[in-house]
Design a protein around this ligand. Structure first.
Ligand SMILES: [Zn+2]
Length: 121
């Protein structure tokens, strides 16, 4: 089995725990943003019903989903957060990669691609 190469970090890089604390201070902790036990149960129910990455499935590739994404960013709005018609099962790669890129393009891009994926937007 191939050995993973060592990760390079500059000497002045802050440890992950410290970076996470600072991110929480900026945007609020995960639980304060609604990611609580209720979310945990709802997320698992969604993944049980929709276990494949929707974006990869659209591309004709079968990949297990690990993330339930709020396709339209909820920005702390509880009604948007719990609007299950906008939840999408994604793999980690799609969630951290092309979905983040799409979000940077703005709402029109999200709506266009979301409709291609079959979301009712
Ligand atoms: Zn994917």
């Amino acid at each position: 089995m191939a050995k993973r190469p060592a990760t390079f970090r500059p000497g002045n890089a802050r440890p992950l725990a410290e970076r996470n604390q600072q991110a929480d201070a900026r945007r609020g902790s995960a639980s304060s943003r609604g990611y609580n036990a209720r979310w945990g149960k709802a997320r698992q129910t969604h993944l049980d019903r929709s276990p494949l990455c929707r974006w990869h499935e659209h591309d004709g590739v079968i990949v297990a989903a690990r993330v339930v994404d709020h396709w339209i960013p909820h920005d702390g709005d509880s009604a948007v957060f719990w609007n299950t018609s906008r939840w999408v099962s994604l793999c980690v790669e799609c969630h951290s990669g092309r979905k983040q890129s799409l979000e940077r393009l703005g709402l029109d891009a999200l709506v266009t691609m979301g409709r291609r994926l079959g979301l009712d937007l």
